[in-house]
Design a protein around this ligand. Structure first.
Ligand code: SF4
Length: 485
């Protein structure tokens, strides 16, 4: 499909709008004043007329055409005005009205927070989200509730605090939809001892660095991969290294992603609990065995229930469970069962992801055309309704490109059980220092609106091989703080 620009070049934003209607499409970008004579296209023109501009959009799709027009005074408004025109034209041609409207690049909660900071009330915010972004009331309500739930978490944030992310990029086997830097243990068993040695060294190095900088450790997060792929004594060694090198006196949260239920044993749970872990994530993704099999996730629902029970037995009172809407072969009924069962179990956090189209495509290579019939929207709608009526609050929300139905990932929580780390990383308000392969350090200076990233080597092999070089790169953290007032 052609995407034609005349008198403007808002390619990035408008391509995003087009993908809301025809996802996973490659656009042929054309510049010039000529309107294509045939085929599918979107023609976007800005014509300056004295003090204002005439904005015009013409779309041709599947043999039908629609055009929209408006005027705008300020150049800063052109992009958003054109997005709305394009959205309306494509909506009339496809009969589809994505609920987040034209919010593609920005995070909805951030926008709601901007409105709140201007002392706007709820109804003014609903109106503004509708007017500016064509966002539905339903989605705006979720963004607003998320902003409220985050407020308490954000209010408790100290200026000189940081979180530590520990990357364990190993899994027992690789799930077919995985987009993380993760390797199956069978593939890289031999690399693990050296990896753990280096990881401990990197932790000690980082502890010295933060002590020089006067930073206070606020939360710890073990992610991956699946950290519980490691043995109990290996996990214990890593956690002891943290306890012996960092000052944990002000630590408020310590999460270990247990992730795959088939990696969880009582011994491992006891080891992490003994060493300070306060929150675990045990992720069923779905409570349908046939769907689990379809997505190549090699565990059963029974293993999930057992792992969950074990975590309670060991004393964990904060458990997160991740699920995914839109998995191939899943149905609204079996998804509803998953949601209901987790609510019944009383998980403190339930995170509802939506499968990204890229991943869905990988799973559906042979029947990609079926993607748009995916009932993800219905599933997310059901989860939202049930979680709200069961007393959960949405506390973080993010959207990725190419989500099925332009949907979102939402972290739901029982009030007061919100994960601090998840809010801080999502809202980019706290420095996250990452250790391990695939880790990405995020340096944040909210006062001066500075954000920098420092990347570790992606895979364990290169991490081990270039370890000393990588430690050198960590000096960037000191440089960043040297420029912070
Ligand atoms: S458990 Fe998670 S990180 Fe590991 S392969 Fe599966 S999806 Fe990827």
């Amino acid at each position: 499909m052609k995407l034609c620009f005349s008198g403007n070049d808002y390619k990035y934003e408008l391509e995003g709008v087009m993908k809301l209607f025809i996802p996973a499409t490659l656009f042929d970008i054309v510049y010039g004043d000529e309107i294509p004579k045939d085929g599918d296209f979107a023609f976007v023109r800005v014509r300056q007329l004295g003090h204002h501009a005439l904005l015009y959009v013409l779309c041709s799709y599947n043999g039908r055409r629609a055009h929209k027009v408006c005027t705008a005074q300020k150049q800063d408004d052109y992009e958003l005005c054109l997005s709305r025109l394009l959205f309306k034209a494509m909506s009339s041609l496809t009969g589809n009205t994505p609920k987040w409207g034209v919010i593609t690049g920005i995070r909805p909660v951030k926008q709601v927070n901007r409105y709140l900071s201007r002392n706007m009330n709820e109804s003014e915010i609903f109106d503004a989200m509708r007017r500016d972004y064509l966002c539905s009331r339903e989605k705006c309500d979720i963004a607003l509730k998320t902003a409220y739930a985050q407020k308490a978490v954000l209010d408790g944030l100290k200026d000189n605090s940081f979180s530590l992310y520990v990357s364990i990029p190993f899994c027992p086997t690789r799930c077919s939809y995985c987009s993380f830097v993760s390797q199956s243990v069978e593939q890289c068993l031999g690399q693990i001892p050296e990896y753990l040695d280096n990881l401990c060294k990197e932790m000690e190095y980082t502890a010295k660095l933060v002590s020089r900088l006067g930073l206070v450790l606020d939360t710890v997060y073990f992610g991956g991969g699946t950290p519980t792929t490691l043995e109990a004594d290996q996990l214990e060694r890593l956690m002891k290294t943290i306890a012996n090198s960092f000052d944990l006196s002000q630590l408020r949260e310590y999460t270990v992603e247990a992730g795959r239920p088939d990696t969880i044993t009582k011994q491992k749970l006891e080891a992490i609990k003994r060493n300070g872990c306060t929150r675990v994530s045990i992720n069923p993704q779905t409570l349908s065995d046939s769907v689990l099999e379809k997505i190549g996730r090699k565990h059963t629902t029974e293993q999930f229930f057992k792992a969950y029970e074990l975590a309670r037995e060991v004393g964990f009172d904060s458990i997160n469970t991740d699920i995914i809407a839109g998995l191939p072969s899943d149905t609204p009924e079996s998804f509803a069962y998953t949601v209901d069962k987790l609510i019944q179990l009383g998980a403190e956090n339930i995170t509802v992801h939506t499968l990204s189209i890229k991943r869905a495509a990988r799973l559906n290579r042979d029947r990609e055309e079926g993607l748009l019939e995916n009932p993800a929207d219905k599933m997310v709608g059901y989860a939202t309704k049930r979680l709200l009526e069961s007393g959960y609050v949405p506390y973080y929300l993010y959207r990725q490109k190419n989500m099925l139905e332009n949907l979102e990932n939402i972290g739901w929580s029982k009030p007061g059980k919100e994960s601090l780390y998840n809010v801080y990383i999502m809202e980019e308000v706290q420095t996250i220092l990452a250790v391990g392969a695939g880790g990405s350090t995020k340096l944040v200076d909210t006062k001066n609106k500075r954000l920098e990233r420092v990347f570790n080597y992606k895979f364990p092999l290169e991490y081990n091989r270039h370890f000393e070089l990588m430690l050198e790169k960590k000096k960037e953290t000191e440089d960043f703080y040297a420029h912070k007032e």
